[in-house]
Design a protein around this ligand. Structure first.
Ligand code: XIL
Length: 331
C-alpha cells in the first residue's frame, strides 16, 4: 500500500504531521516517508526561538525542521506567531512588571515576526499567524482576557497579519483555533470565529485561511456532517482551510506505554479520523490535512489531558494503527 503522502498527492491534498525533534532524529523515515507537509510541534514558537534573553535567538529546532522538510521535499506550516501560550518568560515577566510597556510590546512582536519570517522567507507555505483568541466558555467574540488582548489590545491581531504579509508576501496566513468545526458538539465558537474572520477580511486584513485544529476525543459526540458544513461555510467566503492538528483522544488508565486494546480506540478513533479526512477531501478549499504528531510515543495528549491518550495514528512501537489504515482507505 502507498504512503499517505503519495495517496494525498494523487488527489492534490498534502497530508501532514506536527514533528518533534524525536520524530526527525529517531523516526525520520516515517516522518519523511508518510507526509508531504510538516509543522514544528514547538520549534517555531516564540518561547523556543528567543527563550531566555531578549535578542538572543535559538533556531536549532526550527532550522532542523526546515532542513528536514527540504531534504524530504515537504512543505512547511509555520506555527505560531501570536498566541497566549509558550511565550518567553522575559516577555511575560517584563509585561507583568511594567518594564515592557504596551508600545514596546507592539514593537517586540513586530520584531519577532520580521525576524522569524525573514529567516525562513520563501520556505514557509502557510503561517498560523494568530492562535486561539476565542474561548469555549464565552465564544461570543475575541476573549478580552486573552494575554495579548489584555496587554496589547485586540488591534494587535490584524496588525500581526499585516506585518506577516509584509515580511513574507507569498506565505498563506491563517487564523487557527480549536472547536471551530463542531468538534465538541456545539457550534457557537465556529459562528463567532466565522463572523470575526469575515469582518477582518472585509476590512482588508490579509487573512487567507482558517486552520481548524480538529482535536477530537471519542466521547465528545463528534458530528461529521457539521464538521463538513463548517468547512463549507469558511470556504463560502473565499477562505482557504487547513486541518492543522487532527488527533482523536481515547480514554485510558495510565500513560501511553502500550498498544491500545480498548474498543473506542479500535472503532471510534479510526471512524473519526476517516470522517474528518473525508470531509476535508470533499471540500476543495481544504488545502492540507495535518495530524498533531503521528505516534503515540510522543503525543502531547497524555501530559495535557489526564486519563486520555493513544490519540495518534501509529502506536508506541511506531506501527500503524487502525486509524492509519482508515485514513489510507479514504485517500
Ligand atoms: C502543544 C505541543 O504539542 C506540546 O509539545 C507543548 O507542550 C504544548 O503545545 N494547540 C496548539 C499547539 O496550537 O501549539 C499545541 O501544541 C497543542 C494545542
Amino acid at each position: 500500500p502507498q504512503s499517505l503522502r503519495a495517496l494525498g498527492a494523487a488527489i492534490n491534498l498534502p497530508i501532514g504531521s506536527a514533528l518533534t525533534p524525536d520524530d526527525i532524529t529517531k523516526w525520520g523515515s516515517i516522518s519523511g516517508g508518510q507526509f508531504s507537509v510538516v509543522t514544528g510541534a514547538n520549534a517555531m514558537k516564540w518561547q523556543t526561538v528567543e527563550p531566555n534573553t531578549q535578542g538572543t535567538y535559538d533556531w536549532t529546532d526550527a532550522d532542523q525542521l526546515v532542513a528536514f522538510a527540504r531534504a524530504n521535499h515537504q512543505l512547511v506550516r509555520g506555527h505560531t506567531l501570536l498566541w497566549h501560550n509558550q511565550l518567553p518568560t522575559w516577555l511575560t515577566d517584563g509585561v507583568a512588571a511594567g518594564t515592557i510597556t504596551k508600545t514596546q510590546l507592539w514593537s517586540l512582536l513586530e520584531k519577532h515576526i520580521f525576524t522569524e519570517l525573514g529567516r525562513y522567507k520563501g520556505k514557509i507555505w502557510q503561517w498560523d499567524v494568530a492562535n486561539e483568541f476565542f474561548t469555549d466558555a464565552d465564544p461570543s467574540g475575541i476573549d478580552p482576557n486573552n494575554w495579548w488582548v489584555a496587554n496589547a489590545g485586540a488591534d494587535i491581531i490584524p496588525q500581526a497579519f499585516k506585518w506577516a504579509h509584509q515580511a513574507d508576501p507569498n506565505a498563506l496566513l491563517f487564523y487557527n483555533d480549536y472547536n471551530i468545526t463542531g468538534e465538541d458538539g456545539t457550534n457557537a465558537k465556529s459562528d463567532a470565529v466565522f463572523a470575526w474572520v469575515r469582518q477582518q477580511r472585509d476590512a482588508g486584513v490579509p487573512i487567507h485561511g482558517v486552520g481548524t485544529q480538529a482535536h477530537l476525543d471519542t466521547q465528545y459526540g463528534f458530528d461529521p456532517q457539521r464538521f463538513q458544513s463548517d468547512l463549507e461555510r469558511y470556504a463560502s467566503i473565499g477562505l482557504k482551510i487547513a486541518i492543522t492538528e487532527a488527533d482523536v483522544r481515547t480514554f485510558v488508565d495510565g500513560p501511553d506505554t502500550q498498544v491500545p486494546t480498548d474498543s473506542l480506540a479500535q472503532f471510534a478513533q479510526p471512524f473519526e479520523y476517516a470522517a474528518m479526512l473525508s470531509a476535508a477531501v470533499s471540500v476543495p478549499q481544504v488545502i492540507s490535512f495535518t495530524v498533531w504528531g503521528w505516534t503515540d510515543s510522543d503525543s502531547w495528549v497524555p501530559s495535557t489531558f489526564s486519563g486520555e491518550g493513544y490519540a495518534c495514528i501509529y502506536d508506541v512501537n511506531q506501527q500503524p494503527k487502525q486509524a492509519y489504515y482508515s485514513l489510507q482507505k479514504v485517500l
